[in-house]
Structure formats: structure tokens, C-alpha cells
Design a protein around this ligand. Structure first.
Ligand SMILES: Cc1cc2nc3c(=O)[nH]c(=O)nc-3n(C[C@H](O)[C@H](O)[C@H](O)COP(=O)(O)OP(=O)(O)OC[C@H]3O[C@@H](n4cnc5c(N)ncnc54)[C@H](O)[C@@H]3O)c2cc1C
Length: 394
């Protein structure tokens, strides 16, 4: 049985970062993955350009049952550290809105960089390897049975990611290992995911597919995002919707402000003064896409002139624009989700080195644990920072 100081399961963002970090510290490292390619999620991320981090990363941009948990790892490996690494490898990048950093060319550059770092550090990567059994011996060593032979190690790192995008090889393996060693795993759901219509909403709004509008969307708990909303055949998507999905529970309403930073009632009243005979349809169509106006309100309302609207009717119209309340049917689920909410309970782990408190030598890195970030490069920053935190202590 070949022995390593460290075996990392999962050659994704967190696993590769952890491998290089531990390798540079002189550790004998093996990374195992059942896929035929390393970093597959990185390759498709950010529309193929990988939103690899964000200029401004703060703990409140992460969802975790223990909001303090992420602080230590994030403080020790900052987005500026990753930017420095990217620059050292000569990868050109650009900044988009909200501080999001993307590769100029391709997400492949990031995978190549991580694989190069692993190679330079001496960490070994073995793909297409199914792991069938893991056990811990009396002397504290972990033993792994795989389709390609048996291995043992002093430190075992689980970096198998979440459940989103099963067609890219996502598996519940990490959760199963956590449970096998007696660790609590919090229920998982799809995050950063589009919403779907109820059937009656679908017949009313489906025709809006392709329309994008700037919005502010508020979740039932008050969390708010000001970004674009995109109507799709199936429901609602776009950055504002993906962000708010992280804070949504089934059955809860979301409130959509279709005229962020403007008071629709004030606007109606000032138009009433200048153009009292203008129709509601023409008035609203100057503020919002016409097709959206037609879908939101019925013809009897839209055909009226502004001076035919009663006081209550004006308020109702304005309210529907500034606070459009919608109870969506559900989400598109793991099939299209960017992340998985929930996972290995962080109360089971030390926030310093991400080692299981009850199982010395067993570590977790990346999305497999109950940490998910906002849209905008935060999930990768968590993968890099947690990978480094583990790599520094194994
Ligand atoms: C479409 C899409 C776009 C995204 N875009 C962005 C973005 O632009 N910016 C951002 O910050 N985040 C983005 N994310 C989220 C980001 O990809 C993840 O949060 C990040 O990859 C998590 O890193 P990880 O190392 O924990 O897991 P992963 O990168 O998912 O890696 C897990 C690895 O474990 C391996 N594995 C799984 N099960 C087993 C098993 N049983 N045996 C062996 N190996 C196994 C997998 O093959 C994989 O290589 C995106 C996600 C998706 C789905």
C-alpha cells in the first residue's frame, strides 16, 4: 500500500489549491478524482471566462449556519493573494461591475495555472479513480481502497464539492464520508439558481422570455440585491434572481422593484400634472418594456387616461411596480444551480484549519461544507481560501 502524507479527494478548485499549498510545504501529496479531467466546474464557470474572485470580499457575502466561521480562512488568504498568483502566471483579466474579476481569454487559464502550481509543488494528480472504501486505523492512518489500488495517508482532505450540476460529475461522496465518521451534515438545497413559474404564472408571463430589466429584489428575510432580472420560458433568472435564491424558502414571496431608485407614485402624479389625458399604457411603457406592462396589468387599467384613475388605483399601480410580490413555484434545482447550500456542518470543524474536531487528520475544503457565497467570484474565493487553510496545516 503506497503511503502519502496527504491525500486529497477532489481535483476541483479547493482540492488543487490545497494540493499545491501542501506540496510547497514539502508534503508528499496525492490528489484523487473520479473524473477524467481536473477542474471541470472551473472550465465552465463565468460563461467560460471564470469569475475567479472579487475585489471586495467580506464575510457577510457568505451563507453559513455560523456566520463567523468563514472569517479566519478568508482573512488569511485574500482575493489580493489570488490576484497576485494570477498575475504571476501572466493571465490577463478584467473587472466587471460589482468588483467581479474574469479572465480575458478563457477559464482554462485558471485550470492550467492550478495544475502548473501542483506540478511545481510536487503534488501528484490521479484522475479516473473511483474510491470504494475509506477507513481509519488504530494508529490514526487513513486507508483508501480504490479501483486503481490501495493508498494510505496521515491527513485526508475531502474536497468533493457540492451537488450542483450532476452532469459534471457532482456526487454526495463528501457528505457520505462526513457521516461515516460521525459528523453532522446539514440539509442541502440548490443555490444561485433560477426560479420556476406556477402554471398560471407561466401562461401569463412566458411570452416575456428574453426581457431583462434592472431591479432590486428583496427576499422574505429582507436581504436585497440590485441587479438585472431576466424573464425566461421557465421562470425568472438573471443575477438579482440567482442572488436572492440563496435566501429563499419554498412558499415565500419575493418582492421585485421594477423601478429601483424611483418612486412610481411620484412619477405617476407628476405625469398626471403634465399629461393628464395620457393613457396608463403609454405612461408605463415609457418606464418599462411594453410587453412587461401588458403582462403586468389588464387592458381595462391600461386603457384609462391618467386623470381617470382613482386615488386607490394609482397607489395599486405604483405598488405593483415598486413592490411586485411574487410567490414562485420553485427553483430549477441542482441541474442548473451554481452552488449547493448546506453541507458538512461547520460546527464539526475548526475554523482555523478546517479539521474535523472529532476526527484528527480529516479535513474539508471548498463547497462540500456548509459555506456558499454570493454570485460574483465569492464561491471560488472560498475554494481558494479554504484550500490554502487546509494546505497550510496538513
Ligand atoms: C455553471 C457554474 C458556473 C459557476 N461560475 C462561478 C464563477 O464564475 N465564480 C465563482 O466564484 N463560482 C462559480 N461557480 C461555483 C464554483 O464552481 C464552485 O463553488 C467551486 O467549483 C467549488 O469548488 P470545490 O473545489 O469545492 O468543488 P468542485 O470545483 O466542484 O470540485 C469537486 C471535485 O471533486 C470531484 N469529485 C466529486 N465526487 C467525487 C468522488 N466521489 N470521487 C472522486 N472525486 C470526486 C469532482 O470531479 C470535482 O473535480 C459556478 C458553478 C457552476 C455550476
Amino acid at each position: 500500500m503506497k503511503h502519502y502524507d496527504v491525500i486529497i479527494i477532489g481535483a476541483g478548485a479547493a482540492g488543487l489549491m490545497c494540493a499545491a499549498t501542501a506540496g510547497y510545504r514539502g508534503k508528499n501529496v496525492l490528489v484523487l478524482d473520479n473524473a477524467k479531467q481536473a477542474g471541470r466546474k472551473i472550465l465552465i464557470s463565468g460563461g467560460g471566462r471564470c469569475n475567479f474572485t472579487n475585489q471586495k470580499v467580506e464575510p457577510h457575502q457568505f451563507i453559513c449556519a455560523n456566520p463567523h466561521f468563514v472569517k479566519s480562512a478568508l482573512a488569511r488568504y485574500r482575493s489580493s493573494d489570488f490576484i497576485e498568483l494570477v498575475e504571476r502566471h501572466g493571465i490577463e483579466y478584467h473587472e466587471r461591475e460589482h468588483g467581479q474579476l474574469f479572465c480575458n481569454d478563457s477559464a482554462k487559464d485558471i485550470v492550467t495555472m492550478l495544475l502548473t502550481e501542483c506540478e511545481w509543488s510536487g503534488a501528484k494528480l490521479q484522475l479516473r479513480t473511483d474510491i470504494s472504501d475509506i477507513s481509519k486505523t488504530g494508529d490514526g492512518t487513513f486507508e483508501l481502497t480504490t479501483a486503481k489500488g490501495d493508498y494510505s495517508c496521515d491527513a485526508l482532505v475531502i474536497a468533493t464539492g457540492g451537488l450542483s450540476m450532476p452532469k459534471l460529475g457532482a456526487t454526495p461522496f463528501g457528505y457520505q464520508i462526513a457521516k461515516q465518521f460521525g459528523l453532522n451534515v446539514l440539509p442541502t438545497t440548490a443555490g444561485l439558481v433560477p426560479f420556476t413559474w406556477h402554471s398560471e404564472q407561466k401562461s401569463r408571463f412566458e411570452s416575456l422570455s428574453g426581457i431583462a430589466v434592472p431591479t432590486t429584489i428583496t427576499a422574505a428575510d429582507g436581504t436585497q440585491f440590485s441587479e438585472a432580472l431576466l424573464f425566461t420560458h421557465r421562470g425568472l433568472s438573471g443575477p438579482a434572481v440567482l442572488q436572492v435564491s440563496n435566501y429563499w424558502q419554498p412558499g415565500q414571496a419575493i418582492s421585485i422593484n421594477l423601478l429601483p431608485n424611483e418612486n412610481a407614485l411620484d412619477k405617476l402624479l407628476s405625469t398626471l400634472e403634465t399629461h393628464p389625458k395620457q393613457s396608463v399604457r403609454n405612461t408605463l411603457s415609457q418606464w418599462l418594456p411594453k410587453r412587461l406592462v401588458e403582462a403586468l396589468f389588464d387592458a381595462t387599467q391600461l386603457d384609462k387616461a391618467l386623470n381617470q384613475l382613482g386615488h386607490g388605483e394609482r397607489e395599486l399601480l405604483a405598488n405593483n411596480i415598486n413592490q411586485w410580490s411574487l410567490v414562485m413555484n420553485g427553483t430549477e434545482g441542482y441541474r442548473t444551480a451554481e452552488v449547493t447550500l448546506g453541507g458538512v456542518d461547520t460546527n464539526e470543524l475548526s475554523s482555523k484549519d478546517l479539521q474535523a474536531k472529532k476526527v484528527p487528520g480529516l479535513y474539508f475544503a471548498g463547497e462540500v461544507m456548509d459555506v456558499s457565497g454570493w454570485l460574483g467570484g465569492f464561491n471560488f474565493q472560498w475554494a481558494w481560501a479554504s484550500g490554502v487553510a487546509v494546505g497550510m496545516s496538513v
